[in-house]
Design a protein around this ligand. Structure first.
Ligand code: SAH
Length: 295
């Protein structure tokens, strides 16, 4: 490893951890700084009843009630791709994730299995296994590995779960999900990112992931009933169509809050009777959830 290489890693991390004001001044719009989870602090809990969520404005097209598609059975033939390139760095990244207190071995194994360096630009590949968010173009970022791991853990996926991601970005989070279930759907609002993520996922062997270009506010309305929904951009409120598309017993993780401020990572659960509850888990900072489709 050259000194120049070390400097670029240091620079990327220094940018990610410096103060919010400095980040706003220094980085391009929409860049997600690194999260440092508050230590030794109990999460704030808030519970929202279904009637609260019913007051949210709903401009989405009504989703079709649909029975669970037959394809939600686990694909007997699905084997996630295996790759071992830069395995030592991946293992070191996993040790860092473990230090946050994340001990779920299944999630740690998945984080060790996905080649994160394939999801970032070659010039940043040296920093791919640092615990930092990294730019992926168009002012967007691939999230910090710990946050990817924690959000994935919160979904409690089973091998036949159907999971919807809003905010495909590089496709990294979708690849992580695909190690747990082959039924991964992901939507990206920036056309070029959707195209490049679809191509990358296919090239790396994650061809089970269904990638769509569009506004994730509306979810995937023709294919409702997701056991899990993960939103990787910060919204002002939970989009009502996503609440509708969550199956009974389903879980959603979504950062809620104003753009470019500290947001809350919220876990939404729908019980078997369709009642919703939400818990605010920790402070995070994500790029904004936007509504205008860009080509
Ligand atoms: N999960 C990604 C990183 C997400 S960055 C990864 O693993 O690389 C957040 C992404 O959400 C950005 O790519 C942004 O363009 C996208 N996004 C923002 N608003 C959106 C919306 N309404 N619908 C779909 N995607 C959206």
């Amino acid at each position: 490893m050259t000194h120049r290489h070390d400097w670029s890693r240091l620079l990327v991390c220094a940018v990610a951890v410096c103060g919010l004001a400095a980040i706003w001044l220094w980085l391009p719009e929409n860049t997600e700084p690194r999260l440092i989870p508050p230590e030794g602090q109990e999460p704030d809990i808030e519970t929202r009843s279904e009637s609260d969520s019913a007051t949210m404005p709903d401009s989405a097209p009504a989703s079709q009630p649909a029975s669970r598609p037959a394809e939600s059975q686990p694909l007997a033939s699905w084997e996630p791709p295996k790759s071992t390139a830069r395995q030592k760095e991946r293992d070191a990244m996993v040790r860092t994730i473990r230090r946050y207190g994340l001990a779920d071995q299944r999630i740690l194994d998945v984080m060790a299995a996905v080649p994160r360096h394939e999801f970032v630009d070659a010039r940043l590949a040296g920093s791919a296994y640092d615990d930092c968010p990294l730019p992926i173009g168009h002012g967007q970022t691939i999230s910090q590995p710990y946050i990817v791991a924690e959000m994935t853990r919160l979904l409690e996926l089973k091998s036949d779960s159907r999971v919807l991601e809003i905010g495909t970005g590089s496709g990294y989070q979708a690849a992580v999900l695909a190690h747990l279930t082959p039924h991964v759907y992901t939507i990206e609002i920036i056309n070029e990112l959707a195209d490049s993520a679809a191509e990358r996922l296919k090239r790396l062997g994650y061809d089970v992931v269904k990638v769509r270009h569009g506004d994730g506010y509306y979810g995937w309305p023709e294919d409702v009933d997701f056991d899990a929904i993960i939103v990787t951009a910060a919204a002002g409120q939970i989009p009502p169509p996503l609440l509708k598309q969550l199956a009974p017993g389903g879980r959603m993780v979504i950062p809620i809050g104003a753009p470019f401020s500290i947001q809350s990572l919220v876990l939404v659960k729908k019980d078997s009777d369709g009642r919703l509850s939400a818990q605010r888990l920790m402070a995070v900072q994500f790029v904004p959830f936007v509504r205008k489709t860009k080509s």
